[in-house]
Design a protein around this ligand. Sequence first.
Ligand code: SF4
Length: 501
Amino acid sequence: MSVLRHRARLGCSERPDRLEEECAVFGVFAPGEDVARMTCFGLQALQHRGQESAGIAVGDGETMMAAKDLGLVTQVFDEATLAALEGFVAVGHVRYSTSGGAASWEAAQPHISAIDDVLIALAHNGTLVNTAALRARLVRDGVQLRAGTDSEAAAKLIGQVTQKTHHLRNGIRHAMEAIEGAYAMVLASPDALYAFRDPNGIRPLCIGELPQGRGWVVSSETCGLDIVGATYVRDVEPGEIVRFNAEGVHSEQGVPAGRRASCIFEYVYFARPDSVIDHQSVYQARRSLGRILAQEAPAEADLVLGVPDSGVPSALGFAAESGISYADGIVKNRYVGRTFIEPTQAMRQLGIRLKLNPLPSVIRGKRLVVIDDSIVRGNTSKKLVQMLRDAGAAEVHLRIVSPEVKWPCFYGIDTDTRDQLIAANMSLDEMNAWIGSDSLAFISLEGLRAAVPDARHQGFCDACFTGDYPVAIPEALAAKSFSTKKDFEDVYAEGAKGADV
Ligand code: SF4
């Protein structure tokens, strides 16, 4: 086993004023294929879900080799690194880590651990809510922990039972029985790929097949399948374990499925528009969000603008429904992201202009409807409205295609504490006045649900809008994010509403 370690870099990253994904996973089982290269391309397609570190582990039947580092996929992997990763099974990961503290090489995934003399590599998208209890239990059992991540705790739990039974599936089942929260995981042993998902199916995970039976691919989103030429087959079901090895594909229920609670925000913002989740097109859902919002909150205006990228399909839907022309009035700089190069203080004062720039020739003198995906703290919306007024807009009517974000997420999305969420602390009129828009409206929860038809299963997680958490949040964890006693009472008065653990 060897791990190629590149130069470590320090992350900068101010806390962003929007909800941020915390990871994506990718896995391949394909004898005879360049699985490291395929995983590298898959991770590039999933880069929007995490930009702070990237890693790939490859198994060749006997051992495993891994490379990981801080940075974008293209910064971490080059031809020489990929050429060193030979094998036929691979897992990969991109990470966004602000909620877990500063980016660190140790926390980068896949997490590698040894079960006796067999190496496994685990990659995780999501957040466990009972990590502290799990870690205490592992320490009591004499297990050494180093990385301090959810993935390490899960890998050690898997190792405990696998060591005794010599079957990885038993170890995975044991871990799934113990861990609580949101997880979509891929695991590679030297000769097999495993994919498993939490009993509520909170974070997405899909399966694809390569042409001519060349192998199998697992990805957080279908855009990761597309880039390697795999055909979307289905999603990993809640609580399911799927194994891919030389014997074929084997599926079993690791733990009973609970209340179905797929993250509805994937359709609004997190996922790429060309992805399909649970057989539902993200792009079409965003078009529908705009169309429904136009019915719920019409505005007298000359142009509809979308805040790139996620606001654009919704703006097209709003325009089609309202009859108001759509215009590309805001241009996004695609190459300024979460980088490791600090902007100067003077550049920082440009704020939102580092990423978005208005087109004065399009918007001057016009009454605008501006469609955005969400408002978290409100600072970005305030700057956006000012920027559009500075560019000559006559009026700015802000329309948001998610309901008010009033509650923190504990399931793999980086959110502020409640006292920093603007909608948890201001009325609609107060928000409108503070942001400086001429009018402000959010889509209703019913409107959001109608835009994402619940055809195949029974439900979504919408806890950041409702406080209805599908997996109970331990009070110690909630205490860090709920700012008032009333917050506790809202969630704990009747137990965590709908909790199934
Ligand atoms: S709380 Fe919100 S962001 Fe988090 S999983 Fe639920 S719907 Fe998604």
